[in-house]
Design a protein around this ligand. Structure first.
Ligand code: FAD
Ligand code: GLY
Length: 375
């Protein structure tokens, strides 16, 4: 068995696989180590919203990163389709961020004017205008922000497409392979100890999601923890919805191919279980039918839960480790890992492979930021 690669990636979620795809495309020999099956954690539980403006209101580096990533999807999904034949079902119908009370309407109108400063396509819609666009919306809504740029896709298919794309460029993938520890010598990373033996590499990239802290040296100041999200899906052949519907609190309805609608999601911090409570299903369905009454006639499909990788300050950790040469991080993408996967793959691959270590994004997302009081 080959035991030396240029790059060793720990974690086979959407982030690790996007990085593997970009690195192997640049010509590196790459191996990905996943302790279970590819995409089995957050990456297959996601709703797949590319919600740069729905999810992020504050102007700054995270919004910039999100907008850049969102803009990469049309070409990257084409590129992946050509190489893998996987259609990730990118839907570019836009999103309505709906106000359910007059107070919410005031907050959302202010947010709409902020987004309009740099995106003229964002518009505030009065209730009647929103209902004219989405006919099934309840009568008692109080208006909505229209965000045409926020699309959505099938996250498990995107994860598989990155995996197949990486294989196309000769990445080696080890599933059911647990990484136990890093091998370091004189503050330089040399390899990893795994349940399938020892592997050596010029660089190691940790993309371990909610478990981001486990293998990381000098990480006492860091917090990485799961925020469990429960979802349900229903199916209807009646074309109930075209656009994603989003509430400011983070609740959403996402219309998928084949008449499926994903309804999500709860937020439960520090819970590593993936069980779904009856209470969650009841609350999600109640909220969904209040917004879109015709949903009550749809067929129940399934319920599931996944673990969003959250950090101290809600931003991901991206870039090189400050004291261990050759060690890189890309985890903690919280609610937006599907959205941010495209840009994360590209900037990490360029940094590791082409030594663009001074990528300006890393200043904002680096390992010591909370210690240095930057965030
Ligand atoms: P993960 O997918 O969790 O992958 C990490 C992998 O590392 C896992 O497979 C794990 O088994 C592996 N691993 C960990 N430790 C080791 C080890 N020691 N050895 C080997 N392997 C290891 N994002 C969006 O952009 N849009 C959405 O609409 C959206 N909706 C969401 C809805 C829900 C309910 C949830 C839970 C998340 C949602 N997200 C969404 C967030 C998104 O799913 C995550 O941010 C993203 O999947 C994180 O990807 P990841 O690769 O970092 O983590
Ligand atoms: N971005 C949707 C979620 O995390 O639930």
């Amino acid at each position: 068995m080959k035991a030396h690669y240029d790059m060793l990636i720990v974690g086979g979620g959407v982030i690790g696989l996007s990085i593997a795809y970009q690195l192997s495309k640049l010509g590196s020999s790459v191996a990905v180590f996943e302790r279970n099956r590819l995409g089995c954690e957050a990456s297959s539980a996601a709703a797949g919203i590319l919600g740069a403006q729905a999810e992020i209101d504050e102007e700054g580096p995270l919004l910039d990163l999100a907008i850049q990533s969102r803009s990469m999807f049309p070409s990257i999904v084409e590129e992946l389709k050509e190489k893998t034949n996987i259609d990730v079902e990118l839907i570019k119908e836009g999103l309505l961020k709906v106000a359910t009370t007059e107070e919410e309407a005031q907050v959302l109108q202010r947010k709409a004017s902020c987004h309009q400063r740099w995106d003229e396509n964002v518009k505030w819609l009065e209730a009647k205008e929103a209902q004219a666009i989405e006919k099934g919306l309840a009568d008692n809504i109080h208006g909505a922000i229209s965000i045409p740029g926020d699309g959505q896709l099938a996250p498990e298919k995107l994860t598989q497409a990155f995996a197949q794309g990486a294989l196309y460029h000769h990445t080696k993938i080890y599933e059911y392979c647990n990484v136990y520890s890093l091998i370091t010598e004189k503050n330089k990373v040399k390899g990893i100890h795994t349940s399938s033996g020892t592997f050596y590499g010029g660089a190691v990239i940790l993309t371990t999601g909610s478990w981001g802290k486990e293998l990381l040296p000098n990480a006492d100041h860091l917090e990485v923890f799961p925020v469990k999200g429960e979802c349900v899906s229903v199916r209807s052949d009646k074309n109930l919805l075209k656009k994603t519907i989003f509430l400011d609190e983070g609740f959403y309805l996402v219309p998928k191919a084949g008449g499926r609608i994903v309804i999500g999601a709860t937020k439960i911090s520090h819970d590593y279980t993936k069980t779904v409570s009856a209470k969650a299903i009841q609350a999600l369905l109640e909220k969904a039918t209040r917004l879109l009454p015709s949903l009550s006639e749809a067929e129940f499909e399934k319920a599931w839960a996944g673990l969003r990788p959250q950090t101290n300050d809600g931003w991901p950790y991206l870039g090189p480790h400050p004291t261990v040469e050759g060690l890189h991080m890309a985890f903690g993408h919280y609610r937006n890992g599907i959205l941010l996967s495209a840009v994360t793959g590209k900037i990490i691959a360029e940094a590791v492979c082409e030594s663009k270590q001074n990528h300006s994004f890393f200043d904002s997302f680096h390992f010591m930021r909370t210690m240095e009081g930057i965030r």
